[in-house]
Design a protein around this ligand. Structure first.
Ligand code: NDP
Length: 328
């Protein structure tokens, strides 16, 4: 029996449990490409899946991990051949399809994106789903017509994964970035990524005014709930907010005032089912729009055995930047 190491989530008596396991290769799911996984990453959703705090996983046993980078081993898909280096984000991996926290993955070739030429597999996963989502958010704001001349841009959850990458990309694009964080002790880190200003998260606590003083031309929001509602009420006339996350809650206690009185637009960002052409564009842009050294400064590495502890930390809002997971 051929097996490989994997972080597998099992369910028994209504509770889920994640453990490092020897997984039988014969139990990989259908797919036309088999990939030798080199790196994965820890995203907020991985934290929810591993700890079982939210019903992210809908098939058991499940190899967790919503993304990976690696090398094609076998393929019957026209676009891929053995030796090709590939990236996968989402498409239900780690939720309904066996995911990236294993030495092998079998997936649909249509889900894969080529590893950009200037990136290593490790760098691609230092970016990971969080960083690719940040790129999608910046693309949405720029698609809206946002330019540095229109005014400063805010990033909430700034010291987290999506937030850190969004700060670095926006700063490299020439925007004046306000990093909104509950960890003011991370000010030097955030300034190192290019933030022009640090704003404390507590300014976004309480119920929002219907319309507050206009501050930002645009924003990337990782937090949702009251934070996003306050952000909308502070967005300048004609501005835009890209909503990516729910680290502060799933609700959105806002009014229509920012939309109908200030023409503010709220863009929804989804990385999981995002069409392949937009994914390819995002990964291509990440080659130039994200500084490699800044990426290195926000990344630290763990191996599969470190995933459960890191999963608990990310849900506690204690992870700074990005965690890359070395597989194999
Ligand atoms: P992280 O945990 O790395 O970052 C989240 C950050 O949000 C924290 O670092 C913290 O930043 C802030 N935060 C945490 N808890 C709270 C709270 N209770 N109230 C206000 N702020 C809080 O996670 P990721 O960056 O990986 O993901 C961020 C969000 O984006 C998650 O909700 C995730 O599910 C979502 N996401 C969505 C995707 C999509 O396709 N739409 C793809 C990837 C992620 P600080 O300490 O600086 O305040």
């Amino acid at each position: 029996m051929a097996t490989f190491k994997a972080m597998v989530i099992e369910k028994s008596d209504g509770a889920t449990r994640a453990a490092l396991t020897d997984f039988d290769e014969a139990n990989l799911m259908d797919g036309d490409v088999t990939v030798r996984v080199e790196y994965s990453t820890l995203n907020y959703k991985d934290g929810l899946a591993i700890t079982g705090k939210s019903p992210v996983v809908r098939r058991f046993p499940m190899i967790a991990g919503i993304d990976f980078a690696g090398t094609v081993e076998t393929s019957s898909h026209a676009a891929w051949k053995p030796g090709d280096q590939v990236i996968l984000n989402g498409w239900g991996c780690g939720e309904t399809h066996l995911g990236g926290y294993g030495e092998k993955a079998r997936v649909k070739g249509d889900w894969l994106v080529p590893l950009p030429a200037s990136m290593s597999a490790r760098e691609a996963m230092a970016i990971g789903t969080a960083g690719y989502t940040a790129m999608l958010a910046v693309m949405a704001l720029e698609g809206h017509g946002l330019t540095p001349e229109r005014g400063p841009v805010a990033v909430t959850g700034a010291a987290g994964g999506v937030g850190s990458v969004a700060v670095a990309i926006l700063a490299k694009r020439g925007f004046s970035v306000s990093a909104i964080t509950g960890r003011p002790g991370e000010a030097d880190y955030l300034k190192g990524l290019g933030a022009a200003e640090i704003v404390e998260r507590k300014e976004f606590a309480g119920p929002p005014k219907v319309l507050a003083k206009e501050r930002w031309a645009g924003a990337v929001d990782c937090v949702g709930s009251t934070t996003l509602a306050n952000l909308l009420s502070m967005t300048r006339y004609g501005g835009a907010v890209a909503a990516c996350g729910l680290a502060g809650g799933m609700d959105l206690p806002t009014s229509v005032a920012p939309f109908i009185l200030r023409g503010v637009c709220l863009y929804g960002i989804d990385s999981v089912m995002c069409p392949i052409a937009r994914r390819r564009e995002a990964w291509k842009r990440l080659e130039n729009d994200l500084d490699h050294q800044k990426l290195a400064s926000m990344t630290h590495e763990i191996d599969l055995s470190g995933v459960p502890a890191a999963a608990a930390s990310i849900l506690d809002g204690k992870v700074r930047g990005r965690i890359v997971v070395k597989i194999g």
